[in-house]
Design a protein. Structure first.
Length: 180
């Protein structure tokens, strides 16, 4: 994994020393549950998450250059549901969150653009996916800004077994190239 840079952000792997600031942002009830993951319960829990989901390949901390502090996360992971593509075609799903004090500055679209470029240019993706829970209009706006096309809404459930319809989108390499 390499580090990526955008105008205001450095995207680099999560580090153990990020656990306290991760806990500060990810213990917020308005962040994780909207994205489908539970709030962090302690700094130790955040460290476990850094060693687990946030330690996966192509998962990056969004470090705000101005302060040098992580303010969110972005990653590429296997899509759900995948498209029926020829064997060997690479497809990945983009996910992201931003700490609440930093909402509304366009940081998620900025990081998303950087990751989409990485998916197509470095990782050989044919298609990038993205999705949001149907109630999550903030994420829908990010997906629109990134140029995705709506595909379908799938029935999903949250961690407590409650219905959580999820709207799924795709961005093909052809559409991405046309937009640039
Ligand atoms: C979705 C999220 C990543 C957007 O990040 P961001 O950097 O604020 O993105 P933007 O600045 O482009 O704002 C997107 C939309 O959020 C809404 N928004 C902006 N600031 C807001 C605020 N302070 N409070 C509530 N909504 C706000 C606006 O509708 C905005 O759309 P607009 O630019 O057309 O007005 C962020 O809200 C977040 O982390 N939410 C919780 C986790 C999550 O939902 N992750 C995505 C899972 S699919």
């Amino acid at each position: 994994m390499k580090s990526l840079e955008t105008a205001r952000l450095l995207l680099r792997p999560w580090q153990d020393g990020d656990a306290p600031v991760l806990y500060r942002w990810a213990s917020d009830l308005e962040v994780g549950p909207r994205a489908g993951w539970p709030v962090h319960t302690s700094v130790e829990n955040s460290l476990e998450i850094i060693h687990g989901p946030l330690g996966q390949p192509e998962t990056y901390a969004l470090v705000y250059k101005q302060t040098g502090e992580p303010v969110g996360s972005v990653g590429l992971f296997p899509p759900e549901p995948p498209l029926d593509l020829p064997a060997g075609a690479v497809q990945l799903e983009l996910g992201y969150w931003v700490a609440r004090p930093y909402w509304g500055q366009g940081l998620a679209p900025e990081a998303g653009r950087g990751m989409i470029r990485r998916a197509f240019e470095d990782l050989g993706c044919a298609v990038v996916h993205c999705s949001h829970a149907d109630f999550n209009h903030q994420s829908r706006r990010v997906i629109e800004k990134l140029g995705f096309t709506y595909r379908l809404t799938r029935d999903a459930v949250d961690g407590d077994g409650n219905p959580r319809p999820t709207c799924c989108y795709v961005l093909t390499r052809e559409n991405w190239e046309r937009q640039h």
